[in-house]
Write a protein that binds this ligand. Structure first.
Ligand code: PEP
Length: 255
């Protein structure tokens, strides 16, 4: 991990945790995470209904709040959707966009993700833009092509704003499966992403963009992944639901 980029560890709680449980987990992450905050940005992303409750727990500001999705419009007749200013109002500073579950289960496209990325930046939120290849694509030798297309499509027009976004490389075959990319596989794709960012923006901006790895990160494998030069932390799913495991991963990003 390059010294100039502060690592980020973000927890994606997915569709888990109601109010009391969410507040308890957030309080545990907040108290264990505060001493690490100078060295790593820690973010937790609960489901929408728990955001305000968790924001109340995170008053000290050492651990930041994020959402898992949003619409790109600021308001309108979009039943069931949540707008960027609503997330800001709830206390969010980050938003996960284009997670593979959104792309696969809810048919989100690079074009949708691109609109959302622009909208997040305009609202003052830091988008965590997710990209990653499927197992079939990897086995067919198409990983770099797929990643290049996702970078170009999801980040179209973001070249001048690269320092305001975070990219998360999450190989689809590693999410929630217990399979993790090897540090070498992950580093190869992260370095590739950074080179592509340098083409849509400029090289110094690409060097300053934080690129997270996600996919079955656990305390046991986090250190080795985070020591790779282009891996700047992690987007954590399952292990983010356990405060001790999540904090151990955050700690691994400080070493
Ligand atoms: C995720 O949901 O973004 C994720 C990486 O999940 P897991 O850590 O459980 O693989």
């Amino acid at each position: 991990m390059a010294l100039m980029r502060k690592p980020v560890v973000a927890g994606n709680w997915k569709m888990f945790k109601c109010g009391d449980e969410a507040a308890t987990l957030a309080a545990a992450v907040d108290s264990g995470g505060s001493p690490l905050a100078a060295e790593v940005d820690i973010v937790i992303c609960p489901p929408f209904p728990a955001l305000v409750r968790v924001a109340d727990v995170l008053r000290a500001g050492s651990v930041a709040l994020g959402a898992q999705n949003m619409h790109w419009e600021n308001e309108g007749a979009y039943t069931g959707e949540v707008a960027p200013p609503m997330l800001v109002d709830a206390g969010c500073r980050y938003v996960i966009l284009g997670h593979s579950e959104r792309r696969t289960l809810f048919h989100e496209t690079d074009e949708n993700v691109n609109r959302k990325t622009h909208a997040a930046i305009a609202a003052g939120l830091v988008p965590i833009v997710c990209i990653g290849e499927t197992l079939d694509e990897r086995e067919a030798g198409k990983t770099h092509n797929v990643i290049a297309a996702q970078v170009e499509g999801s980040l179209k027009g973001i070249g001048a704003e690269l320092s305001r976004i975070i990219v998360a490389y999450e190989p689809v075959w590693a999410i929630g499966t217990g399979l993790t990319a090897t540090p070498e596989q992950a580093q190869d794709v992260h370095a590739f992403i950074r080179r592509r960012l340098g083409q849509i923006g400029d090289r110094p901006s690409a060097e300053s963009t934080r690129i997270l790895y996600g996919g079955s990160v656990k305390p046991a494998n986090a250190g080795e992944l985070f020591r790779q030069p282009d891996i700047d932390g992690g987007l954590i799913g399952g292990a983010a639901l356990d405060a001790d495991a999540f904090l151990a991963i955050a700690k691994a990003a400080t070493v």
